[in-house]
Design a protein around this ligand. Sequence first.
Ligand SMILES: [Mg+2]
Length: 223
Amino acid sequence: MPDFSSGEIKGIVFDLDGTLYVCERFASEIQDAAAIYISGIKRLSYSEAMQMMAETRQRLTQENGTVQTISAVCSELGGSVQEMHRFFTQTLRPEAYLIRDERVIHLLKRLSAQFSIYIYTNNNRILTARIMNYLGLDSIADGTFTIDDAWRAKPDEEMVVRIIESIGLKPEETLFVGDRYDIDLRVPDQLGCPVYLSQSIEQLLLLGELLTQKPSADMSAVR
Ligand SMILES: [Mg+2]
């Protein structure tokens, strides 16, 4: 169990999908939409596109030794990540799948009293705003970083460096929270940031406990 009680952490950068909410049906809706987009550009049937994407993801994962994102698969197959996200914005309906969880709203509000809160996601700005609004989290974050800021998908060291600089904290003061180590946490970890893997709402809620434990050192000097 990580120990975050030293008082060093000042800001928290949360991934969105699979981290601040967990919803298998919406996750598979995103995969479906990506397959429809790829089927269009490759002139394949939906099931052929699904299969090609699965094979590509598996091959890239083997070649790179890390889990691969939908953005990486799209680019590898000759698609445009921008076009795919335009299609996502037009077709995805997060409101049909997601359920507002008061425990998460309470957690983020509680944490925001003590830490600055940011969102960093491979989702696009329009869908991120819709999801945050629907989940009741829209007014809590101090800043949001989305894929369309620079069209550089996670994992991306340059983006993580830029984010840490723009929020004005040191790496050791910036906690990254995400549901996929390879995508969300490896780069920040290598840059010296504390990281927390959260793959369920229970794990997310546990983070609140870990961060608000009694300090082991004199944290009044840091905060
Ligand atoms: Mg995620």
